[in-house]
Design a protein around this ligand. Structure first.
Ligand code: ATP
Length: 262
C-alpha cells in the first residue's frame, strides 16, 4: 500500500499553489505536514485525497493513478478530515460516525444501526477518539473540540488504509492533542496530518514534510527537518533546537525576523 505524488502542480488564476511536488508518503507511519500559513498544506492534502485533480502530474495509490481507480475503491481506501465542518446538521454522534461506513456498504444499501459490524466499527472509532458512550449525543450540541474528535472518529470508522487530516489538533486542549497524536502514531494506518505545533510534530511524527510557498523544501525524520536553518528560512523565526534523550528535537523560539514586504 503506497501513496505518492508525482510532480503534482495545481494553480489558481494562474498562480501556482502547489508547484511540482513529488513525495512518497511513508507507509503505516504518522507523517507531519508542516509549513507557514498559506504554504499549500490543505491544498496538497486535498490533492492526495483525490478531492482536487492535479493540473499536472499524478497522485498514485499503490502505483496506480488515483483518477483511473474505481471511485468506490478510493472511497474505501482514503479518508480525509478537512478543517471546516458544517454546523447545522441535526444528527446524533453515532449517525455522523456511521457515515464513515458508507463506502463499505453494497451499492444502494444504507448504513444501519441494525448492522452489528457497522455498530461495532462505530463504537470502536468513538472509543479511539475518547468518545465511548457519546453515540446518542446530538451533533448540534457539541463543542468545537468534540466535533473535531467526532469527525476523526468518522474517518476511522471508514477503516481507511490512508488517512489525511487537516490540522486535526485544532480546537483540542493539550490533553486531547496528546491523546490524538499518540493514537495516530500507534495506528497501523498511513497518516498525513498538517500541524502547526512543531514541538508536537517532533514528539509524535516519524516523518516530516516541510512546505514553503507551494513547494516541498525538506522531508525526513524530525531531527533533519526541524533545524535552526529551516526555521529561519521557512517560518522566519529564530529557534534554538535541543535534542531530547530519544533524539527528537525540541524548539525554543526567540524574537521574530520581520517578514519582507512584497
Ligand atoms: N481556490 C483557490 N483560489 C485561489 N487561491 C487559493 C485557492 N485555494 C487556495 N488558495 C491559496 O493558496 C494558498 C495555499 O492555501 P492552503 O489552504 O493550501 O494553505 P495552508 O498551508 O493549508 O494554510 P493554513 O496553514 O493557513 O491553513 C493560500 O495563499 C490560499 O489563499
Amino acid at each position: 500500500m503506497s501513496l505518492d505524488a508525482h510532480d503534482v502542480t495545481w494553480s489558481a488564476d494562474g498562480t501556482p499553489i502547489i508547484d511540482g511536488i513529488t513525495v512518497s508518503v511513508p507507509r503505516g507511519r504518522l507523517t507531519g505536514l508542516l509549513g507557514p500559513n498559506g504554504s499549500g498544506k490543505s491544498t496538497l492534502l486535498r490533492l492526495l485525497a483525490g478531492l482536487l485533480p492535479p493540473q499536472r502530474g499524478a497522485i498514485l495509490l499503490d502505483g496506480r493513478r488515483l483518477d483511473e481507480l474505481p471511485r468506490r475503491e478510493v472511497a474505501r481506501r482514503l479518508a480525509m478530515v478537512a478543517q471546516e465542518t458544517s454546523t447545522d446538521i441535526d444528527m446524533t454522534v453515532a449517525d455522523v460516525v456511521m457515515l464513515g461506513r458508507i463506502p463499505h456498504r453494497r451499492r444502494l444499501a444504507m448504513v444501519s444501526h441494525d448492522d452489528p459490524h457497522d455498530v461495532l466499527e462505530t463504537e470502536r472509532a468513538l472509543a479511539r477518539c475518547g468518545l465511548a458512550g457519546w453515540g446518542s449525543r446530538r451533533w448540534s450540541t457539541l463543542s468545537g473540540g468534540e466535533r473535531q474528535r467526532v469527525n476523526i472518529a468518522r474517518a476511522l470508522a471508514q477503516n481507511p488504509t490512508e488517512l489525511l487530516l487537516d490540522e486535526p489538533t485544532n480546537h483540542l486542549d493539550i490533553h486531547h492533542q496528546l491523546d490524538l497524536l499518540r493514537m495516530l502514531a500507534d495506528a497501523p494506518t498511513t497518516v498525513v496530518a498538517s500541524l502547526h505545533d512543531l514541538n508536537l510534530a517532533a514528539q509524535y511524527c516519524d516523518h516530516l514534510l516541510l512546505m514553503e510557498a507551494g513547494r516541498l523544501v525538506a522531508s525526513g525524520p524530525p531531527a533533519e527537518v526541524l533545524t535552526e536553518e529551516w526555521m529561519e528560512r521557512v517560518y522566519r523565526v529564530r529557534a534554538t533546537v535541543s535534542l531530547s534523550p530519544d533524539g527528537r528535537p525540541h524548539l525554543r523560539y526567540t524574537p521574530l525576523i520581520p517578514t519582507p514586504t512584497r
